[in-house]
Design a protein around this ligand. Structure first.
Ligand code: C5P
Length: 318
């Protein structure tokens, strides 16, 4: 086996939730969700170096430093449970704000699960990859798919959806984040008063109106976390109103917050809105699954086999 180093530089894209309904608590303590995920162009940077040697070694450097880094846990999971052997060095440059509901840590973990098997010549069935992703976090499986996707269960049962029209988002990112576990805990009491069937029907009719392309629709996107998060943080509700007043097609808290995203049909509209809202705001593009996958193919280029299957396959696999 040649021990020449194999390198790749990739991006781990953030997501927003175009809709998010929390049905209730499950016997396993997690919450049952219905959500639509969408990748956006904001991204962390990861650099991988892999040497196919007998000795196992995983070194992760992160800028800034992060405790309990999901990147490290993802690489260790591949070594412990999927037969990864060799020397792994990963450098992570964080650009996605944390505790903002943008899925940065999850996307970093998924990037490891996409890149390392290709560099190391591992052949992992998709079901196995999804399973390992789900162990790392509820929305990690989504980032193996990208684009617009439906999330069920804990959020880790993911089905690709048709892409919508091209669109841009203004993302307002408050300095103070929201703890996801705390937001779920606060949501608790209100959930028992609602029927799952009603919430599912409303989610379903919203998604139909989006996907079947009704021109005028009374269905509005919903994020169930807004009720509890906006109560504690009224400034976030004002950000949402500002985005709507600036012409956003929709504006919604993403995940359990604290970022709020307004959707616009052109980059120009988004830019004009960005200059009108307060706080730290950026314009990002919504990234379709085909672009997501094309980017990944480019980043892993020299290490890929000849097929165009997804998840990407290694040329080193035997
Ligand atoms: O799965 P993940 O580690 O991302 O979840 C973080 C926390 O959010 C969990 O510990 C749990 O408290 C809560 N959670 C939940 N139901 C979900 C996803 C997350 O209660 N579907």
């Amino acid at each position: 086996m040649s021990s020449q180093e194999r390198r790749a530089r990739v991006r781990a894209l953030a997501k927003i939730n175009l809709d998010l309904r929390v049905l209730g608590r499950r016997p396993d303590g997690y919450h049952e969700l219905r959500t639509v995920y969408q990748t956006i162009s904001l991204a962390d940077r990861l650099e991988f170096a892999f040497r196919p040697v007998r000795r196992n070694r995983i070194v992760v450097e992160s800028e800034p430093a992060i405790e309990n880094n999901l990147v490290e846990r993802a690489a260790e999971l591949l070594a412990q449970r999927a037969g990864l052997r060799g020397e792994v060095r990963i450098r992570l440059e964080k650009r996605i704000p944390m505790a903002a509901g943008l899925g940065g840590g999850s996307s970093d973990a998924a990037a490891v699960l996409l890149a390392l098997p290709v560099l190391a010549g591992l052949r992992l069935p998709t079901a196995r990859l999804i399973e390992l992703a789900g162990e790392l976090g509820s929305d990690v499986p989504y980032f193996l798919c990208g684009g617009r996707a439906l999330g069920l269960g804990r959020g880790g049962e993911v089905y690709p959806l048709p892409e919508g029209r091209r669109a841009w988002a203004v993302l307002v990112i408050p300095d103070e984040g929201v703890s996801t576990a705390a937001a779920y805990a606060e949501l608790g009491p209100s959930l028992t008063r609602r029927s799952w069937e009603r919430t599912i029907l409303e989610f379903q009719s919203w998604l139909w109106s989006q996907t079947l392309g009704a021109a005028e629709t009374s269905e509005i996107p919903t994020n169930d976390f807004e009720a509890v998060v906006f109560r504690r943080r009224p400034a976030l509700r004002r950000l949402k109103s500002q985005l709507l007043a600036a012409g956003a097609r929709s504006a919604l808290l993403t995940g359990s917050g604290s970022a709020v995203a307004g959707i616009f049909p052109t980059p120009g509209d988004a830019e004009r809105a960005r200059s009108r809202v307060g706080g730290r705001a950026v314009v990002v593009a919504l990234v379709s699954r085909s672009r997501y996958q094309d980017w990944w193919r480019r980043w892993l280029g020299p290490h890929l086999g000849t097929g165009r299957r997804w998840p990407p396959e290694s040329r080193y696999a035997r």
